[in-house]
Design a protein around this ligand. Structure first.
Ligand code: NAG
Ligand code: NAG
Ligand code: NAG
Ligand code: ZN
Length: 295
């Protein structure tokens, strides 16, 4: 019996052991905080649990901490979406389902889901109060970051790189973990004086400087959609093919060449995740719009 339970737990978790590490989630939410409007920030603070002390970034890893618990197992497939191996493209209808075949149970489906919940609560025409909006906010913030991690939209065959064994310098690991955690941690140590905030500030400087003319295009979706996770996922799988999987096959030793050429990709994804999260929250939690509609 104990053995069967353990096997069950293993099967549930084998795919979700890794996720943009704590640093990645912190960075995305920290960047987003800097671009929230006053109204959106006020609503975020209202929704956050007390222990967050008004800081969204402090709770953005929460969905990774809880997915181990039985009560939250159902959230595990919501952190990623797998695509057919070597195709390098993504299609919602083809790819967004979990291992039991339930449709919409994937990271892009979850982003649509939680956007809808916040929208119906705050933009008013169909207030749906059965949802816990604190959870909706935190899940949305978390999954917006995950969908920007290229290997969260990786191949089915290697479970998004989680079973693709490589070495990171001398350390044995898997490719997924390299992208969730090791590139960021190595950069923080090597270039940012072991201080994550210094890395976040460097990315913020690029947002106002080198990338400033790209920001509008990062934020915009087709057809005036509020959020476009399908676009973010399509970008991710392309980056997975062109950067993550490239020159990383089972047994590869990834060192300076790989690290230095992939770090800019990671930093830009953190920036895009943050900017886009702020953009969607600004639309959803804009108090003025709510007043306007209720008049
Ligand atoms: C949508 O959110 C509800 C409430 O948290 C949850 O029960 C449901 O499983 C979610 N579905 C997806 C695809 O995120
Ligand atoms: C909403 O969810 C949070 C996190 O799971 C929980 O702490 C809180 O009690 C919930 N609020 C309500 C009203 O159920
Ligand atoms: C800033 O942008 C430049 C040009 O795109 C890029 O080479 C550099 O890696 C970026 N730095 C950070 C911290 O994002
Ligand atoms: Zn995650």
């Amino acid at each position: 019996m104990g053995w069967i339970v353990r096997l069950f737990v293993l099967m549930q978790l084998v795919h979700v052991v890794f996720c943009w590490g704590k640093h990645g989630h912190y960075a995305v939410c920290k960047i987003a905080e800097g671009y929230l409007t006053k109204d959106a920030m006020a609503t975020v603070k209202e929704l956050l649990p007390d222990y967050a002390n008004g800081e969204l970034a402090s709770v953005c890893s929460w969905p990774d901490d809880i997915k181990w618990y039985y009560r939250w197992y159902w959230t595990s497939p919501l952190h990623y979406v797998d695509t057919p191996s070597f195709k390098c493209n993504y299609k919602y209808g083809r790819d967004c389902y979990d291992s039991a075949g339930r449709r919409n149970n994937c990271v892009t489906g979850a982003i649509f889901n939680y956007t809808k919940q916040l929208f119906s609560a705050y933009q008013g025409y169909n207030p749906n109060l059965k949802y816990n909006l604190t959870e909706a906010l935190i899940f949305l913030a978390h999954y917006m970051a995950d969908v920007h991690q290229p290997l969260h939209v990786g191949f089915t065959g290697d479970l998004g790189g989680t079973i693709l064994k490589v070495r990171w310098y001398r350390k044995k690991t898997n490719l997924h973990h390299v992208w969730d955690t090791l590139i960021i941690d190595t950069a923080v140590k090597t270039f940012y004086g072991s201080d994550l905030s210094t890395m976040v500030r460097a990315i913020q400087r690029n947002i106002t400087d080198a990338w400033s003319s790209d920001i509008a295009s990062w934020k915009s979706c087709r057809h005036h959609d509020r959020v476009c996770p399908n676009l973010y996922a399509a970008e991710s799988v392309r980056l997975a093919c062109n950067f993550a999987y490239k020159n990383a096959t089972p047994g590869s030793i990834l060192e300076d060449d790989y690290f230095l050429s992939r770090l800019p990709v990671v930093e830009k994804r953190l920036a895009q995740g943050g900017i886009r999260l702020a953009a969607v929250l600004n639309q959803l939690l804009n108090f003025e719009v709510k007043i306007g509609q209720s008049l």
